[in-house]
Design a protein around this ligand. Structure first.
Ligand SMILES: [Zn+2]
Length: 423
């Protein structure tokens, strides 16, 4: 049986950014089969979208969902507080059950917020990935590799590769290689990650130049900087996704564009714990750039609308130019460019026949979506999770009429309280 989204205004985010008005989207076996008028047949399930804006689901290219339980535990701290380990005050009191509940809650929150795809990483991801899969989200997952726990982490990475594989056309959840950062991983470990990624056709996701001490450690190993370290390890090009990149110098920024390494831009996290971020206008359009919410210790919010708005506004300030990073660029960064960063743009990220139906429907009866002079601008500068009426991943409805289908927000909060998280 097909599912038909009827009569919506569709922001396709295709190559021409076409907006289609009053059309149906016919979904068969999780794939967009057709877009046009009058596509419902007797017996089809239908979703009335006449008061909706249908667009691709939001893609979060850098997060650590299982750390949702840290929200509110690390506010207004100096930069050097995070040096070395990124340890959150009080984290030792949380056990495996807490992280599993935390991950379930984060997946629910992402879906409620219109996020349909995440790139997620943490130590022990082999045990966490089934929670993500059960939520219905699309995901690229990696188990964090460091020198300190390399043996366990390689075992977890092998388990992820074996179980989920790296072909997103075959599995909604796929595995990545996830070295932690340039200071917590030796050059040998970074080279081993590059080799494993090549052998398994996986993406490499890692943190790069997130802090001054990280870059100092890289220089102490004899590299000119973060970019030189990545090049030496064979970790450049579009199959590598580097989060943050906020301590690159002028020549590294130029070299970065020549290499084409993808960037996971996390402006809220950067601004909150380092009080700086990248000049986004230097990278947008020259390398694949997506947006990420990082973890709740450094970006309490899981709201990608807010992340995109912040990226646009701070990006304009850094460019010294209010015409920089226009609405079109930012909506693409939220969707198709995020998908491109993760190697999923042939499957998701736009509303086109043949793509998987990872879609969200925004509610045009919410005041923040009106008036409709410029719907795309409303989405970037005014919409929020409360605007998200319905969410579909692979054609499966996971939020319907403003309510989650598989989980219940109040029940999850009650479970956090019952687990004694707040003491
Ligand atoms: Zn991170």
């Amino acid at each position: 049986m097909a599912l038909v989204l009827q009569g919506g205004t569709v922001l396709t985010v295709d190559a021409e950014d076409r907006v289609l008005r009053g059309v149906d989207i016919r979904i068969e076996a999780g794939t967009i089969a057709a877009i046009g008028p009058g596509l419902a047949s007797p017996g089809d399930e239908t979703l009335d979208c006449r008061r909706g804006v249908v667009m691709p689901g939001l893609v979060n290219v850098h997060t650590h969902a299982a750390t949702a339980l840290f929200r509110g535990l690390a506010e207004d701290l100096p930069r050097d507080f995070w040096a070395g380990a990124y340890k959150v005050p009080g984290e030792e009191r949380f056990g495996p059950k807490d992280y599993a509940l935390s991950l379930r809650a984060a997946c629910a929150e992402f879906l409620a917020n219109g996020v349909t795809c995440i790139a997620d990483r943490l130590a022990g991801m082999d045990r966490l990935a089934p929670v993500i899969e059960a939520s219905g989200l699309r995901a690229v997952v990696g188990s964090t590799l460091t020198d300190r726990r390399a043996e366990d982490a390689w075992r977890e990475t092998d388990a992820l590769l074996d179980h989920w594989g790296t072909d997103p056309a075959r599995s909604r959840v796929t595995a990545a290689i996830a070295p932690h950062a340039l200071d917590s991983c030796s050059d040998d470990l970074l080279r081993a990650c590059a080799a494993r990624a090549q052998a398994s056709d996986a993406r490499v996701v890692l943190h790069v130049a997130q802090s001054a001490p990280e870059v100092a450690a890289v220089r102490a190993r004899g590299h000119a900087g973060a970019l030189a370290c990545l090049r030496k390890a064979g970790l450049t090009g579009p199959r590598v996704v580097a989060a943050h990149c906020i301590y690159l110098d002028e020549s590294e920024m130029e070299g970065w564009c020549a290499d084409g390494t993808a960037i996971a831009h996390c402006p809220a996290s950067n601004l909150k714990i380092e009080a700086r971020t990248i000049p986004l206008h230097r990278y947008a359009g020259c390398v694949p750039v997506g947006l990420g919410t990082d973890w709740t210790a450094s970006d309490n919010s899981m709201d990608m609308f807010w992340e995109a708005r912040l990226a646009a506004l701070v990006g304009k300030m850094n460019a010294g130019d209010p015409t920089a990073l226009p609405v079109r660029t930012m909506l693409r960064m939220l969707t198709i460019e995020g998908a491109r960063v993760l190697g999923l743009d042939h499957l998701v990220g736009s509303v086109e026949p043949g793509k998987r139906a990872d879609l969200i429907v925004l509610d045009r009866d919410r005041l923040e979506m009106a008036p409709a002079h410029d719907l795309a601008a409303n989405i970037l500068y005014s919409a929020s999770p409360r605007s998200v009426r319905d969410v579909l991943v692979d054609g499966v409805v996971l939020k319907r009429d403003h309510r989650l289908v598989r989980d219940d927000e109040a029940a999850l909060v009650a479970a956090m309280d019952a687990a004694g998280w707040v003491r």
